[in-house]
Every structure is written in C-alpha cells, then in structure tokens.
Design a protein around this ligand. Structure first.
Ligand SMILES: Nc1ncnc2c1ncn2[C@@H]1O[C@H](COP(=O)(O)OP(=O)(O)O)[C@@H](O)[C@H]1O
Ligand SMILES: Cc1cn([C@H]2C[C@H](O)[C@@H](COP(=O)(O)O)O2)c(=O)[nH]c1=O
Length: 216
C-alpha cells in the first residue's frame, strides 16, 4: 500500500540529507523518482543538504500542480516510482491535497520533508495540511540541540543577532548567519518562549548580578 509520509523536524536536523539518502537507495535499485523542492537555500531547482550533497529537483512554485505534473510525466511515457518533496512547509494546502491524490489514485509513495512551525511557533499551512493527511508522520531521529543541551523543538529567527517574533512567515535563510543578516537558531521550547538564544544566554552569563536594592 502506498503512503504519504511526512518527515518532520526543526531546521538543521537532517531532513534534506534523509531525502537524498532515500533517493540514493531507491535509484541504486533501478527505481525512478520525481524530486520536488521549493526555495532551497542553494537556489531554484536544487535539493541540497548541509553535508554538501545536492541533486536536481523540480521547483514547486505555487502554480505547480503535483498531481498534474506526475500524470503528465506518466502519460508522456516517463516512469515514476516514487515522489520526494523537500521544504514541504512552503507548499500550499491545495498542493498537499494533490500529493495525497498521487498516493491514492496513482499508488505511488510520497515522501515529504519539512519544518512544522515557523519562527513564531505557528504551523506553516503546508505542514498543517500534511499533518492532517499523512499516513505517517516521522520525527527525525538525529536531534538538533538547543544551546542548553536539550532537544531543539522550535525555530527562532534572528535579525542582527537578536531574536524576533514579528515579520513575514517566509524568509529563506540559514542557521549560523553573520551579524546584519536574517538568521535562524534552533531552541528548546523553554528558551524559545523566554526568547533566549545562545548569544543572549552568553551575554546574561557575562553581565554582573544585579544587587538587591535595600528598602529604606
Ligand atoms: N560538518 C558536518 N559534519 C557532520 N555533520 C554535519 C556537518 N554539517 C552538518 N551536519 C549534519 O547535517 C545536519 C543538517 O542536515 P540538513 O539535511 O541540511 O538539515 P535540514 O534539511 O533538516 O535543515 C546537521 O544536523 C548535522 O547533523
Ligand atoms: C523557521 C522558519 C524558516 N524559514 C525558512 C528558512 C529556510 O530557508 C527554510 C528551512 O530550511 P531547512 O532546510 O529546514 O533548514 O525555511 C522560514 O521561511 N520561516 C520560518 O519561520
């Protein structure tokens, strides 16, 4: 039975690496996949991992109909054994419905990869729809860590090194960005709620304790 699987995790937890491994293992056995992504940091039409590997992919802009694309490929005589879709948080809910239809009507496995929540801890519409429709949701096993050592569960956005909680939902970027740029940092929930990034924690540790004020 074919499946819609959503591999979900924070930024930098190895989702794209796993997508490339799934692709490698299947193509090594003679299977042919269709690979989609959207707004990968490496540019349009590329699925890339921070480990340095990448592969060509179809850029899934808002107007791309996944179901129509796969049907077009098959009816043109092409072969499609499975579908891989990275940065799935950026897909529209309608596109996720199309992926489910690829599974149900065309009986192909669809492996989607993405982050669940944005920098404000709100679900991306595409991730929400995947959670509603997926046969399976897989949380990645290699956990990204918060600066405190706890499992990182949330994504923080920084501007000029300071954590922000307002702004556009989509801003393509990376962890460990230089000052002056929009960047991201993965945090545990406790430190996301307290808006405490590695930099603020370091600054707090360096500043002298506030002396108690004596009552008159
Ligand atoms: N220099 C490195 N050596 C070993 N592993 C690395 C290195 N750089 C990145 N990684 C691994 O790659 C992971 C990020 O992989 P990636 O597929 O790009 O993440 P995601 O798609 O989830 O954002 C990191 O969590 C880490 O495990
Ligand atoms: C939290 C958050 C992230 N993004 C962007 C930043 C990156 O371009 C991708 C996530 O990529 P990764 O491969 O999982 O590291 O999403 C965003 O646009 N908005 C956000 O709130």
């Amino acid at each position: 039975m074919s499946e819609l699987v959503y591999f979900c995790g924070t930024m930098d937890c190895g989702k794209s690496t796993l997508a490339l491994q799934i692709e490698h293992n299947r193509s090594a056995r003679g299977l042919e996949g269709l690979i989609f992504t959207r707004d990968d940091r490496a540019g349009a039409g590329v699925l890339s991992s921070r480990l340095g590997l990448s592969t060509k992919a179809v850029e899934a802009t808002d107007d791309l109909d996944f179901y129509g694309y796969v049907v077009g490929r098959l009816s043109g005589g092409g072969r499609v054994d499975y579908v891989i879709a990275d940065e799935a948080q950026f897909f529209t809910p309608e596109q996720v419905d199309q992926l489910a239809r690829v599974v149900d009507d065309l009986e192909l496995d669809v492996y989607a990869f993405g982050i669940a929540t944005d920098f404000r801890t709100r679900l991306f519409p595409g991730s929400q729809r995947l959670m509603e429709l997926a046969d399976r949701i897989e949380v990645l096993q290699v956990e990204a860590l918060c600066w405190c050592g706890a499992r990182a569960t949330h994504n923080a956005r920084t501007v000029d090194g300071r954590m922000v909680v307002e702004g556009a939902q989509v801003v393509v970027g990376d962890v460990n960005q230089a000052c002056g740029e929009v960047g991201y940092e993965v945090l545990c929930r406790r430190h996301h709620i307290r808006r405490m990034t590695a930099a603020t924690a370091r600054a707090a540790a360096l500043s002298p304790d506030v002396l108690p004020v004596e009552q008159a």
